[in-house]
Design a protein around this ligand. Structure first.
Ligand SMILES: NC(=O)c1ccc[n+]([C@@H]2O[C@H](COP(=O)([O-])OP(=O)(O)OC[C@H]3O[C@@H](n4cnc5c(N)ncnc54)[C@H](O)[C@@H]3O)[C@@H](O)[C@H]2O)c1
Ligand SMILES: [Zn+2]
Ligand SMILES: [Zn+2]
Length: 395
């Protein structure tokens, strides 16, 4: 089959590889009809997250048709079912899964020892996302093996298109979870850093959850326009001071709730700060650039909440922890507990309250994936979200 394969920094190729097979009774094989490139894939593209190996198949946003099931799937799935595959592989049985903390499933990471060493405890196995999270082949491919398939799936109604439901596996619940973590009150101003696909979902979620005012921050005009279309007030840090503008919009109190939808590769307009992080990152003395985290801690209204959806990989420097502590801020974070949110999000799509397909700017054949990574990375051609279709013919 054809699949997008990681060969090293900024080197993703569409290779011919062996078709996946059932390896365990709880496996299923899915014929992928649609998949997408996520902002998290860019961290792999830039080689910022360790433990990728040349030959690894990437991709963790995918859906398709079940073509084979193992004997242990026990009727939870059958051939012909149409499913979205959550990026977190879950057993459905461990203590964390029972609590709905799916992204920290205790069973599915087959490289637990490595994760224990790096994070103190293992987290769930993830598709296409380094050997630290199990080294499972990803879904930017014609076929995917889904381990623990009896639990690791989202059945979707036939009446909804791939474009409408694909993002139930990652960015939609990610934006939603961040907004839910903010415990939004009708009097709240919610500020969201990053208007990529995750930020866009967080903006719409915060609006749906009843925030008084939603403020969206990003450097890219086309992403700010998309945010404004959802009702957000926008700030471009390249053109104005984030601090001054946030104070102006909140009677100098600061936003009640802040969402980080940027993560480890944030840019700072303050040149010495940006140079500091870039240099430390290149010398491997710091793994992530935490500009947005610093800014949120300093800008948030005392007593407020910071929800961090952006991915961080390791060790961060110059974090104003004193501001966080003395202002009594609450910090919430996590990879998304995807399946925890499925039912309510399908309902929102079904009733037309939020159609996640608005975020797609590019639909391409899977074989064009190697060109679409740099297009998404450089935001060329106003690219916001790339959907890839294995069955589409290359032009
Ligand atoms: N928690 C989860 O489970 C989960 C799931 C999916 C994605 N993510 C993470 O969410 C983050 C966003 O993903 P995405 O797909 O939207 O990626 P993306 O790269 O398209 O978006 C990031 C956006 O942040 C903007 N940005 C950079 N520096 C900024 C700053 N200082 N202030 C404001 N905006 C700034 C960029 O211009 C860009 O638009 C990534 O870190 C990704 O890994 C987390
Ligand atoms: Zn993702
Ligand atoms: Zn589990």
């Amino acid at each position: 089959m054809k699949a997008l394969v990681w060969h090293g920094k900024e080197d993703i190729r569409c290779d011919s590889v062996s078709d996946p097979e059932i390896e365990h009774p709880r496996d299923a094989i899915v014929k992928v009809t649609s998949c997408a490139i996520c902002g998290s894939d860019l961290h792999l593209f830039h080689n910022f997250i360790p433990a990728m190996l040349p030959g690894d198949i990437v991709g963790h946003e995918m859906m398709g048709e079940v073509v084979e099931v193992g004997s242990g799937v026990n009727g939870h799935l059958k051939k012909g079912d149409r499913i979205v595959v959550p990026f977190t592989i879950i057993c459905g049985e461990c203590d964390q899964c029972k609590r709905g903390n799916f992204s920290v499933c205790e069973t599915t990471n087959r490289n637990k020892k490595m994760a224990d060493k790096v994070f103190g405890h293992t987290t769930a196995g993830l598709f296409g996302y380094t050997h630290l999270t199990g080294g499972y082949p990803g879904g930017q491919a014609e076929y995917l093996r889904v381990p623990y398939a009896d639990a690791t799936h989202i059945k979707v109604p036939e009446s909804l298109t791939d474009e409408q439901v694909l993002f139930l596996g990652d960015i939609f619940p990610t934006g939603w979870q961040a907004a839910v973590q903010c415990d939004i009150e009708p009097t709240d101003t919610v500020a969201i850093w990053g208007c990529g696909p995750v930020g866009q979902m967080a903006i719409r979620s915060a609006v749906l959850l009843g925030a008084k005012q939603v403020i969206a921050i990003d450097f890219l005009p086309e992403r700010l326009s998309m945010a404004a279309a959802a009702g957000a007030i926008t700030i471009n840090p390249g053109e104005e001071s984030v601090k001054d503008r946030l104070n102006e919009l909140t009677d100098n109190m600061g936003p009640d709730k802040c969402i980080d939808a940027v993560g480890m590769e944030s840019h700072s307009q303050i040149l010495p700060e940006h140079m500091y992080d870039r240099t430390k990152q290149s010398l491997m003395m710091e793994t992530d650039r935490p500009h947005v985290l610093r800014e949120m801690m300093l800008m948030c209204r005392p007593g407020g909440v910071l929800a961090v959806a952006g991915v961080y990989g390791g060790v961060l420097d110059k974090i104003p922890f004193g501001a966080l502590m003395n202002k009594g801020l609450t910090l919430r974070t996590g990879q998304t507990h995807v399946n925890r949110w499925t039912d309510e999000l399908i309902e929102l799509i079904d009733e037309g309250a939020l159609d996640p397909s608005f975020v797609i700017t590019h639909t391409e054949p899977l074989s064009n994936g190697p060109q679409m990574y740099p297009t998404f990375e450089s935001r060329k051609d106003n690219c916001i979200k790339v959907m890839l279709k294995p069955e589409m013919e290359a032009a």
